[in-house]
Design a protein around this ligand. Sequence first.
Ligand code: ADP
Length: 469
Amino acid sequence: MQPKRLGTRLALSYILLAACIMAVFTAGTGAALYLQMRAQTVRFAIEDIETIEGLLAFTPDGRVTLREDYHNHPESRKVVDRYVEVLTPDGAVLYRNERLAGETLGGAVIPNEGVGGYSPRRTNLADGTPVVLVSRHHVLAGHPILIRLGQTEEPIYRAMELFAIAAALMFPLVIGASTFAARRVSRSILAPVQAIAVRAGQITSNRLHERIPVHGTGDEIDQLADVFNQTLARLDDSFRQLRQFTADASHELRTPLAAIRAIGEVGLDHDGSKHEYRELVGSMLEEVNRLTRLVDDLLMISRGDAGTIQLNSAPVPMLDLARDTISLLEPLADEKEQTLDLRGDERATVEGDPVFLRQALINVVHNAVKYSPRNETIFLRVDRETPGFVTVSVQDAGPGISPEHASRIFDRFYRVDQGRSRDIGGFGLGLAIAQWAVEAHRGAISVSSEPGDGSTFRISLPDLHPGQE
Ligand code: ADP
């Protein structure tokens, strides 16, 4: 089971790492110490053999002894501590020192033992004492002999035991120190993260303008705070837009509702003829129609925002789509005696949902009709002049749009002239919807305009057959 707190997990990993390092270090140092002590023991044994070689002599009965002056030799005291055995090459015992107490040192002779150098190996005495044994082939008074010198490994074992005890005592100290360090380090790392969490917890939807403090160190914590602040800024922006949208929508809904109520009140207060009532009901229905259009637009925008609109894509010939749009809007244009002039490339085809693409085009052409004076001509062109794109341009003879408004007319509820646009039936949502529909088809919509000299709206969509003539 993993502990839940990150600080505890960090500290535990740190302690575990310290314990592993300590264990590896202890094992490594122990092994190195053992090997070094053993090598030293072998070295001493070789030196001792060299000493013994000079002190050996045959007795008259053919055995071997250490010479008289042995006990006066400066090295003799050391040599007395060793186990010494001298054999003939075929294993007959010529000499054993007192320490061996008659026991064998290393058993039967191994082929080539001690020939051409010193052969070190480990062995046990009869009583189990572990010894390092060094053998050396030697010629004494013309007879080949094998000198074996053993040195107990017990001092090595005692040193290793001491080392193990010291390591075992150090272990809790090291773990204690690393626990202390781990807690301090994990606290100092996590304290700023906790501070961010506490601060973030205090930021509610109506305090989205608040920010997490950035200390300017440029470290990961600062980066985290920075990313969090950017998210907050985006959220703040979205919330503000949402609040604005709700306020604007409510405001727009109020106008037709107030009109319906006023017309109703007039009807109730008034004893009129059947014809007058019909007119009142007619006005009411007009407002209801206006309300319905507004609600439809709002619904479309909120579904677009929520991403619940499913596009049913198919190849759409744009000139045909423009013809459809014109036939829908011709009655309105006829009322103002305007001409809708359409020309273009029959092969210009895009991939998309004709319903939404038509809606985008209707909104733009409807504006051109609404804002152009009587008797004017509105030019619609469908071309493939920009490689890879089909462009539909709608050029009108309206009042034009100044640059400061041009950048905002695609915003929801934005109207250059509030009163005039409302009078001619606009809510300021048509271009926002057109922009959504075009962008949902990976296209772009833009306007170029000279105030007083008409406007040209351009819708560009990816060409379904790029490069085909
Ligand atoms: P509306 O329904 O009010 O026309 P739109 O979103 O379609 O809303 O347009 C936003 C605003 O952009 C309009 O209120 C109008 O001021 C301006 N506008 C749009 N099209 C044109 C045009 N062709 N000529 C001049 N102004 C336009």
